[in-house]
Design a binder for this molecule. Structure first.
Ligand code: TPP
Length: 371
């Protein structure tokens, strides 16, 4: 294992000071360390592809080598810039990719990480990106980063470091938790309490789905009306749109997160264009990637309700209090509608994870929405 201070020293010596990316829980201690650090620059991107673009711009402007951090799921979002911008057939840009390894073969992980975990190395090989799995000790890490730098300098092409879980030691920082806001769990409960049992819910990846799942379990309710999107960050909205357009008589809700909305914000324009009347977008906005450790998103400077309206949504509102949630839901007569609920960071320590297999869930969900 390595401490954040030791890792920072290595990056400093080798001249890596610029970081951009999307977080992963494996990277959380390092991202905690970067948070507010004066020496390093950290830009939170809304998607990994965007991070590759920002990093490319950084290189063009400074001739220095940036680091793009991501979960291996984010490699999917990066394939286009990695094959049509950064590669040797096009602009040949040196990026150091720091990729966390979820779904590492032999280590138990969630279903959404298994495939990418298995193919991470092969995908990098296909992309002609050389890589090293970061060793678990300071000396090995130092050597590997030096080797990566030599390649980056010589070839002016990307090099990837694969980061295993447990490589970086714990580093905690005090994150401000606004106390006046509701918890997301309570907000989820309030919305579900307003339902009559026929509503369809598509919930986003991470803790939102886990909280909805737990709520159903606690209440001994069936999960058949819920579609828990396990990976595919940002895709819950598109899935809900696809359903809403085919099932115009059913009310379709998407339970979304600010990070997920930002990752695929284009979907708001698609919704505003096709105008499904039965579509309701609930955004639990905690201004954080809470599921991966609470790293700040850029939602505090993006007004989702205004963006939704500008895209064509018929109704959009920001709410803060329990009472406003109920009132606003009753005011939604015609969609597409958006309710942005400002919630506080944090979640229950005892939060479970869906225990029913994705295939089983899909089967009962399809049956539920068929009628
Ligand atoms: C493409 C991709 N990048 C990164 C992740 C890791 N990840 C899982 S949940 C999450 C945070 C989602 O943030 P938000 O939508 O705001 O929901 P919150 O966690 O705050 O409930 C991230 C970054 C992922 N699953 N997929």
């Amino acid at each position: 294992m390595i401490t954040c201070q030791q890792l920072a020293k290595i990056f400093k010596i080798e001249g890596f000071t610029f970081f951009t990316g999307v977080p992963c829980s494996i990277l959380k201690y390092w991202l905690n360390y970067l948070d507010g650090n004066k020496y390093f620059r950290q830009i939170t991107a809304t998607s990994e592809g965007e991070a590759c673009a920002i990093a490319s711009g950084f290189h063009l402007a400074t001739n220095r080598i940036p680091i793009v951090y991501m979960q291996n799921s984010g490699l999917g979002n990066s394939v286009d810039p990695l094959t049509s911008l950064i590669n040797k057939e096009v602009y040949s840009i040196p990026l150091l990719l720091l990729i966390s390894w979820r779904g590492e073969p032999g280590i138990k992980d969630e279903p959404q990480h298994i495939k990418m975990g298995r193919i991470t190395k092969d995908l990098l090989k296909t992309l002609d990106i050389p890589f090293s799995v970061l060793p678990q000790n300071e000396k090995g890490i130092k050597k590997t980063i030096k080797k990566a730098k030599r390649y980056l300098k010589k070839k002016s092409l990307p090099y990837a470091l694969i980061l295993k879980k447990g490589t970086i030691m714990d580093y905690q920082i005090e994150k401000n938790k606004e106390t006046s806001f509701l918890t997301r769990e309570r907000a989820v409960e309030l919305i579900v309490d307003n339902f009559g049992g026929k509503e369809i819910i598509v919930s986003t990846t991470g803790k939102t789905s886990r909280e909805l799942f737990d709520l159903r379990e606690t209440r001994r309710q069936n999960h058949k009306a819920d579609f828990y999107v396990l990976g595919s960050m940002g895709c819950a909205t598109g899935i809900a749109l696809g359903i809403a357009l085919q099932k115009p008589k059913k009310r379709v809700f998407v339970f979304d997160g600010d990070g997920a909305v930002l990752m695929k914000m284009g979907t708001l324009a698609t919704i505003g264009h096709y105008l499904p009347k039965n579509f309701c977008h609930i955004v639990f906005d905690n201004n954080a990637h809470e599921s991966t450790g609470g790293q700040k998103t850029v939602s505090d400077t993006a007004d989702f309700s205004k963006i939704a309206k500008a895209c064509g949504y018929r109704f959009a509102k920001v709410v803060f209090k329990e009472k406003d949630i109920k009132d606003s839901l009753s005011k939604i007569k015609k969609g597409p509608a958006m309710l942005v609920i400002k919630v506080k960071k944090g979640s229950r320590k005892t939060l479970g994870r869906p225990t029913i297999s994705p295939l089983k869930m899909k089967k009962s969900f399809k049956k539920f929405i068929a009628h």
